[in-house]
Design a protein around this ligand. Structure first.
Ligand SMILES: NC(=O)c1ccc[n+]([C@@H]2O[C@H](COP(=O)([O-])OP(=O)(O)OC[C@H]3O[C@@H](n4cnc5c(N)ncnc54)[C@H](OP(=O)(O)O)[C@@H]3O)[C@@H](O)[C@H]2O)c1
Length: 333
């Protein structure tokens, strides 16, 4: 099979700050069986990439790894399975990987990780959606039909999408944050903002709901969250913030504690998109296609892409670390 055989990839050569990234030239093996070759055009760079670069991610790869869970690109080759999925050579595709590696110019992977990008959506804008959108939608699915839901970090990339999806389902929303997320009007009566810097915030949620919300989506791992949830409710944990220098150990302990509390009151659920994508390919593809369609047709407002050329990957890491409100850093490969 013809096509390119070498790629550029952003490797984390040691754990540390943005200077720990090095661009490497790597050989690309030809696709086998039904695999396809994707020329990556854009890849998001988010909170998880920064955490992994520092060595604090719960699913931490060893140094030498290439960050990036999601991407947008163009199919360089096709296979019987990709054609059956409607994906032919030249198609614009997006996907989430089950393990990191998207910050590279070429990927060889099974087409079951890919969905078509709607024509109406630019590749830059589409690149902000896959990981953030699937995390938001999956966390809401795990939250079940809770009429009132608390979303931690509602101004974040994941929280802002989760908030819109929850409101679309007709749920009443509580969000920790200081400003409403993009796409939500200030003073929207369906949203109550509480400030996570005030340690009394769970009591405030409990008081306003008469005993707690039915579900919470949390990325901090804080035990405080349980206090804001009714005893028969559920806490969906998408991440566990750790103490500086102990992030990974704290996240592993947090995950273990959440698993132990899977039958507690409130119960806890761990939401891991990489594992889910690996196991539930059909559901994942349906979810991602739906999210991209929603963004393309204006039913869902994703963050604005803040685009950096791949040659400025170090600046992109610094920008992701600085987190500008309402923006997701995107590498243009
Ligand atoms: N489970 C998965 O598979 C999966 C997938 C993707 C991402 N994640 C994780 O999800 C988390 C959120 O990602 P993101 O991209 O949305 O991050 P982000 O854009 O950086 O947003 C972080 C949010 O957290 C808020 N925040 C900061 N400190 C907080 C605290 N102590 N208590 C409550 N909220 C606090 C921030 O609010 P302010 O702006 O007001 O500070 C902001 O709204 C990250 O930890 C990421 O690693 C998990």
């Amino acid at each position: 099979m013809g096509g390119p055989t070498e790629r550029a990839a952003a490797r984390v050569v040691r754990f540390g700050d943005a200077s720990a990234i090095g661009i490497a030239r790597q050989r690309v093996r030809p696709p086998r069986g039904n695999e396809v070759l994707v020329r990556v055009t854009h890849a998001a760079l988010g909170a998880t990439d920064v955490l992994a670069r520092r060595g604090g991610y719960v699913l931490q790869p060893v140094p030498g790894f290439v960050p990036g869970y999601d991407f947008v690109g163009v199919l360089e080759t096709e296979s019987a399975v990709s054609v059956a999925l409607g994906l032919r050579t030249g198609a614009r595709v997006a996907g989430v990987l089950p393990r990191m590696g998207a910050h590279a110019t070429l990927l060889v992977l099974p087409p079951t990780y890919l969905v078509a990008v709607p024509d109406a959506l630019s590749s830059e804008a589409a690149a902000t959606v896959p990981l953030n959108g699937v995390t938001a939608a999956l966390a809401l699915r795990y939250a079940g039909p809770a009429p009132r839901i608390l979303i931690q970090g509602i101004t974040g990339a994941v929280g802002a999408l989760a908030a819109q999806l929850a409101l679309r389902d007709g749920r009443t929303l509580f969000g920790t944050g200081t400003t409403p997320p993009p796409g939500l009007a200030d003073g929207d009566p369906r949203l109550t903002l509480v400030d996570y810097r005030d340690p009394g915030w769970p009591a405030e949620v409990r008081e306003r709901t008469g005993g707690g919300v039915e579900a919470a989506i949390d990325h901090t791992g804080s035990p405080l969250v349980r206090e804001a949830v009714a005893p028969d409710g559920v806490v969906v944990r998408t991440a566990f913030a750790g103490r500086s220098g102990h992030e990974r150990g704290d996240a592993l302990r947090g995950t273990a504690a959440a698993v132990v509390r899977s039958r507690a009151h409130p119960r806890e659920v761990v939401c891991s998109v990489p594992f889910w994508v690996l196991r539930k390919r059909v559901e994942y593809r349906r979810m991602l296609a739906g999210l991209l369609g929603d963004v393309a047709e204006g039913r869902l407002r994703a963050f604005e892409p803040e685009v950096y050329p791949f040659s400025a990957v170090w600046d992109a890491h610094r920008a992701a670390e600085a987190r500008s409100a309402g923006r997701t850093v995107v590498l243009a490969m």
